[in-house]
Design a binder for this molecule. Sequence first.
Ligand SMILES: Nc1ncnc2c1ncn2[C@@H]1O[C@H](COP(=O)(O)OP(=O)(O)OP(=O)(O)O)[C@@H](O)[C@H]1O
Ligand SMILES: [Mg+2]
Length: 210
Amino acid sequence: MAVIGRSGAGKSTLLKLIQGALAPTAGTVTINGLSASAWGDRMPEVISVLNQSPHLFDTTVANNIRLSRAEATDEEVLQAAEAAQLGPLIASLPKGLDTPMRETGQRFSGGERQRVALARVLLQNTPVLILDEPTVGLDPRTERELLSTVFRTTQGKSLIWVTHHLVGAEQMDEVIFMEHGQIVMRGTHVELLEKEPRYRNLYQLDRPEG
Ligand SMILES: Nc1ncnc2c1ncn2[C@@H]1O[C@H](COP(=O)(O)OP(=O)(O)OP(=O)(O)O)[C@@H](O)[C@H]1O
Ligand SMILES: [Mg+2]
């Protein structure tokens, strides 16, 4: 599902409700019948998050990936890194995955940092993944490549994707458009294109090909 809307529309608030970080003043949020806030410490087994600026620690690349599942084997960490398309980058590092991030010679680019964060999320292997504008600040090509890796590697999971761009919305089962804390449009990309002139305008404006 893609969640779109202007700044202040309520997108992050919706994500906090889903993650049980905020309790609704009206209505309910449940995951498998259990109130979202009741999941507590078990929430990381259900929902993982890829957000705008992933936090990378001053340790090895492997440790940064393993953060989501401390008991993961080296093989599992490598598999997650390769799925996130980090293979060539890691092969170029002096000690591969065991290279400290600060000794990588070059600073990781924004797209590479997001791929390390994606490897971490893939290792966490939750049924639900929240993407909170993970491509902000990336150039259009890097954005497209990262999203295509994300969509390919998370087949079968539920994705909730907050985005300012409509690029990629065609691939979602459902698009919701928020305004002033309300959902004002909701449907598949094709439905919204057909019946919502506003959506059609936004989509035209946002297409990289113009
Ligand atoms: N805990 C809160 N209590 C009351 N109002 C809040 C709270 N958190 C956020 N708001 C307000 O709710 C509105 C929606 O905020 P939210 O952060 O969900 O927007 P957003 O759609 O994520 O925006 P952006 O695209 O800038 O991230 C804003 O007007 C914000 O000031
Ligand atoms: Mg927000």
